[in-house]
Design a protein. Structure first.
Ligand code: ADP
Ligand code: ASP
Ligand code: MG
Length: 457
């Protein structure tokens, strides 16, 4: 079997859904399980509704809800013949009535809990999967809707719930395997799951890729296809550098670094479940399905190019922690890291000097609380609106003088906190957010003006 995941833009309207039906039909012989995202921008819309309701603005929330509702009705209307449309319209209507009711309830209380936010946001994938299943059924695909909440079992950390792999694998055998064995095509919403006791959760933004990887690993898929709106992974974000090259083949490790450091095309956790089982992952373009995309494999062939790609992770905060006494006392680092740990805040880059330590974290709500704790031990200074630029490539291990070339390319940009990862396949540094486009363009021009045709397009 194979897993095919379609992102938001691949299900954004009737034309897109019709297109992916053709792609799925072309692979029926390989027994696909399909994972779909919410229609593009719907997750953001749902979050905006939830936020408005949480502030007590029920009218605004319901207004936004109606816009999203009309888009789903229109898409279903264009895709489905009358009989099927009536049936699907009824299902969608029930969902939207319950969403509206919920938003009114949140607004009346004037408080949005993480648990309720997850429930609101789960409508995106639930609605898109209803429409996609019906559209497939009307296009000679024996599709069956599979509620992700029966399969993707998670812990209860709402917004970023952690999938429980053993239970997921068991649920996949119970709910998905029999459908596939019977020649059906299960269609499951990505991104959402539920706790053991049935409370709806979500597994982090962009998480549909992760859902697909979990399903692929649990069902021992022959491959996982991530269908998006670009011809695979590129040498950098094509919105910043339109001349970015397609990467034909990349290793799991390189892809993981890139995804983690901001290459939005793939969710960071995606490759893990796949790598453990050596399942190839392909990134493909639903608007250009004949393109070969990017193949993510265990080991890449040696490339003449120094780097595979450049990514940028925005919304970073640097925290400088200066020990109150002259020298860092024994145990100081441990005390500092314990604070980050306690607030469940992940650190990306660390650099230390005799008396100070600087770390980068994703900008988040926990920062004021972390600051309050840190200030008990040290002087603390924050700089927001920073970004991490990350260059990835397995060849940098063997080449001397790499850093000199990198910093020469960005010599007129203010660079802070340089780090070469322990994995030795990434080199990263911090710049102001506003310098990201210039830094990426310069680095791309320096390292990708001529590329190895074996690896890049
Ligand atoms: P989907 O909805 O299919 O999950 P995403 O928007 O999450 O799609 O990811 C695809 C987008 O990622 C592309 O449209 C592109 O703009 C962006 N992107 C950022 N960095 C890269 C990169 N290195 N290679 C390809 N796409 C990238
Ligand atoms: N719909 C979710 C999001 O926008 C998950 C996904 O698309 O992968 O984050
Ligand atoms: Mg995505």
């Amino acid at each position: 079997m194979i897993v095919m995941k379609f992102g938001g833009t691949s299900v954004e309207d009737a034309i897109a859904v019709d297109r992916i039906a053709g792609i799925v039909r072309s692979r029926l012989a390989e027994h696909p399980l399909v994972v779909v995202s919410a229609m593009s921008k719907v997750t953001d819309g749902l979050l905006a509704m939830a936020a408005a309701a949480g502030k007590g603005d029920g009218d605004k929330a319901v207004d936004l809800c109606h816009q999203v509702r009309e888009r789903h009705y229109a898409t279903a209307g264009e895709l489905l013949h009358t009989g099927l449309f009536t049936e699907v319209h009824g299902k969608l209507q029930t969902e939207f009535e319950s969403l509206e009711h919920l938003l009114r309830g949140i607004s009346a209380v004037g408080e949005l809990t993480p648990r309720t936010a997850d429930y609101v946001v789960s409508f995106g994938e639930r609605l898109s999967s209803i429409i996609v299943t019906a559209a497939f059924a009307g296009r000679e695909i024996p599709a069956t809707l599979l509620d992700a909440r029966k399969v993707i079992i998670t812990d209860r950390q709402h917004g970023r719930a952690v999938p429980q792999v053993e239970e997921i694998n068991h649920a996949l055998q119970l709910h998905a395997q029999p459908l596939i064995a019977a020649g059906r095509v299960p269609v499951m919403g990505g991104f959402i799951g539920s706790t053991r006791d049935g409370i709806t959760t979500t597994i982090g933004r962009g998480g549909s890729d992760f859902s697909a990887a979990l399903a692929g690993a649990g069902l021992h898929a022959e491959r996982i296809e991530i269908w998006t709106d670009v011809d695979g992974m590129k040498t950098t974000d094509p919105r910043i550098c339109p001349d970015a090259h397609r990467i034909k083949v990349i290793s799991f490790d390189e892809a993981a670094e890139l995804a983690y450091f901001g290459a939005k095309v793939l969710h960071p956790a995606t490759v893990l479940p796949a790598v453990e089982q050596n399942i190839p992952v392909l990134v493909l373009n639903s608007r250009n399905p004949s393109n070969e995309g990017t193949r993510i494999v265990a080991r890449t062939p040696k490339s003449k190019s120094l780097f595979k790609a450049i990514a940028a992770k925005q919304r970073i905060t640097i925290i400088e922690i200066v020990a109150a006494r002259m020298l860092m006392a024994h145990g100081f680092l441990a005390a500092v890291f314990e604070i980050f740990d306690r607030h469940r805040c992940a650190i990306d880059i660390v650099s230390t000097s005799e008396v100070s330590i600087s770390v980068t974290v994703d900008s988040n709500e926990a920062i004021p609380a972390i600051a309050a704790d840190l200030e008990k031990l040290a002087y603390v200074k924050f700089s927001g609106r920073q970004a991490i630029i990350c260059l990835v490539g397995e060849s940098i291990r063997e080449r001397p003088g790499v850093a000199a070339q990198v910093f020469d390319a960005v010599k007129d940009i203010n660079v802070r906190m340089i780090s070469q990862g322990a994995s030795e396949i990434n080199m990263s540094f911090v710049v102001e957010e506003t310098d990201v486009p210039a830094a990426i363009k310069r680095l791309h021009a320096r390292f990708f003006s001529e590329v190895d045709p074996e690896v890049f397009d």
